[in-house]
Design a protein around this ligand. Structure first.
Ligand SMILES: NC(=O)c1ccc[n+]([C@@H]2O[C@H](COP(=O)([O-])OP(=O)(O)OC[C@H]3O[C@@H](n4cnc5c(N)ncnc54)[C@H](OP(=O)(O)O)[C@@H]3O)[C@@H](O)[C@H]2O)c1
Length: 344
């Protein structure tokens, strides 16, 4: 594969690294191949990270099948987060130096031996975590903190409902909410996932395959103050129905469809708010704000042992296809980490 210079005027070293690519185009798991890819150069304001590990996100599976394009100017290599060691520093970077161990939120490029990333999206490794553990954090920490705390302004003593409580996002959200003194209700599709949610601090556990979550919440706690929702259209009306006065819904996924109908009267009467956000396409300045807030607010909880990485499985990067299969089948509880270089 020849380095693609693309529209972004990005530069590459003359040799290659390895990365997961799709030389035969979008498709199923077997389209993912560990092969040669361009070796990135750190542009001004960027660092290059030699990657120890990355982690799988739902969005990666959509990109694999051609339904989630990277933002303009980004690499088309899959992978929204990583941890590793800085191996090159671009002009103007002062915060980190070559040899520093870091993790980073990426617009793409995590499934590779090296990635170039704006310094704004790079964070130190929190506490005593290994690089493999830290690789599981940037996407969940930045998504949950920005949506649930920065935007929905979740406060101590409130009730948070998390749909998909056993997901990578859900298992992290439970821990952050618990650390913040919030009460937590979750929905999940199996007892195994609910058991994990309970161990992490969720109080009200609902198996959506066996129970009507609206009825259970109304009966047990009346309603909730904030909802972190990844189901979208299918749950929209139910979510509004469950809101307490001044309630907030943060929609981050559309696993249950993209088009729904809002009963504006119901929302209005509760003085309710609906936010919908995609982290990947946010400008670097906003990612900077989020990463700094995560360092200030989430990293101390990790250092204090209140929040931990929630990792179901580690697989070698060459088995990215199997990791995608597991995520699509809903088999994972928490994150699946892909190990690129375990010696770092
Ligand atoms: N907007 C953003 O910036 C952003 C950032 C990160 C992630 N996300 C989104 O957040 C969601 C979770 O991401 P993740 O990487 O943590 O994914 P994940 O670990 O694969 O978890 C997704 C979970 O959703 C549940 N699920 C799947 N289909 C469902 C359905 N139709 N109804 C109800 N639950 C369903 C599954 O759990 P059960 O077995 O319990 O059904 C599964 O564990 C994804 O939709 C992802 O795209 C958005």
């Amino acid at each position: 594969m020849r380095p693609k210079k693309g529209k972004s005027l990005r530069k590459w070293h003359s040799h290659f690294v390895h990365a997961i690519t799709q030389p035969n185009g979008f498709g199923s798991y077997d389209t993912l191949e560990w092969s040669q890819a361009p070796d990135p150069v750190a542009a001004p304001g960027e660092v290059v990270i030699t990657i120890a590990a990355t982690a799988v996100n739902r969005a990666d599976t959509l990109q694999r099948i051609g339904k989630y394009n990277p933002p303009a100017g980004s690499t088309d290599i899959i992978g929204l987060e990583c941890a590793g060691v800085i191996s090159e520093v671009g002009v103007g970077v002062t915060r980190f130096k070559v040899g520093d161990r870091v993790c980073a939120l990426l617009a793409g490029g995590g499934y590779a031996e090296k990635v170039a990333v704006p310094i704004e999206q790079v964070m130190p490794i929190p506490g005593k975590l290994s690089l493999l553990e830290a690789a599981s954090l940037p996407e969940v920490a930045c998504t949950v903190w920005s949506n649930v705390f920065m935007t929905a302004n979740l406060k101590q003593g409130e009730w948070l409902l998390i749909h998909g409580g056993g997901s990578g996002i859900g298992t992290h959200a439970i821990q952050l909410a618990k650390a913040a003194g919030v009460r937590i209700a979750v929905t999940a599709g199996s007892q195994k996932k609910l058991d994990t949610c309970a161990a992490l601090g969720a109080e009200l556990l609902i198996n959506y395959n066996e129970q009507d979550f609206v009825a259970v919440i109304k009966q047990d706690i009346g309603g909730v103050d904030v909802i972190l929702d990844m189901v979208g259209a299918k749950y929209l009306e139910k979510n509004i129905d469950l809101l307490n006065r001044n309630g907030r819904i943060a929609i981050i996924g559309m696993l249950g469809g993209i088009k729904g109908e809002i009963n504006l009267q119901a929302l209005l009467q509760k003085n309710g708010t609906i936010h919908a956000m995609a982290l990947r396409s946010r400008p670097v300045s906003e990612k900077n704000e989020i990463c700094r807030a995560v360092e200030r607010s989430v990293w101390p909880w990790i250092e204090a042992g209140l929040v931990q990485p929630s990792i179901d499985l580690e697989l070698p990067i060459q088995q990215a296809g199997e990791a995608h299969r597991m995520i699509e089948a809903g088999e994972a509880t928490g994150k699946v980490v892909l190990v690129v270089n375990g010696d770092l």
